[in-house]
Design a protein. Structure first.
Length: 188
């Protein structure tokens, strides 16, 4: 009897374990995926982005080049349906002898590759004016560029722009004959 009672208890435990295992498997296989499979709904209406083409004339850029690099000379404009963004010329430096050199530099930049000869950089405006006067007396075109360095603001003096590398090399030889120490010829 004792053995049959023990066997009966073992069978009950086995049934309970079997029912518990079936309940856990059912929960894991059926109910748990239903709980975890819910995808969130859309956050809002879909975005519709339309980028206008430049050729259509409806596009105008709000970003222009920095004021130091704006051309001074008027450029030939293409006729389009919409008016292009107007660029204002940079403020004229009091030490610049004339705008002609700046206009020539701007024209050369518009028409393709330009060549320049590096000369020197000065912190004193008197030295810049003196060198540019000497260059213009010799018939060499020149222009200036402001440069910020760790030692303060300097003004670079460049000879040019020249339409070809050969013209820039001739000007470099002329500058050496004047007693100056020109740098290398570089494309602009």
């Amino acid at each position: 009897m004792a053995e049959s009672e023990e066997a009966l208890q073992l069978k009950r435990r086995a049934r309970r374990r079997l029912v518990g295992a079936i309940a856990v498997v059912t929960f894991v296989v059926i109910i748990l995926p239903l709980l975890l499979d819910k995808e969130p709904g859309p956050a809002g209406p879909p975005l519709d982005v339309q980028i206008p083409k430049q050729e259509s004339g409806g596009f105008t850029s709000r970003i222009g080049p920095p004021a130091a690099q704006l051309p001074v000379a008027p450029a030939p404009e293409k006729k389009t349906e919409a008016a292009p963004a107007k660029l204002e010329p940079p403020a004229v430096n009091a030490e610049a002898p004339s705008n002609k050199a700046e206009q020539e530099r701007a024209q050369a930049a518009l028409h393709g590759e330009a060549w320049v000869v590096a000369l020197d950089a000065f912190s004193d405006a008197k030295n810049v004016k003196q060198l540019r006067t000497r260059l213009s007396a010799a018939g060499v075109k020149s222009y200036t560029e402001p440069v910020k360095t760790s030692k303060g603001e300097l003004t670079r003096v460049r000879a040019g722009p020249f339409a070809s590398k050969e013209a820039a090399e001739k000007a470099r030889a002329k500058l050496e004959a004047m007693g100056l120490k020109p740098g290398a010829v570089a494309s602009r």
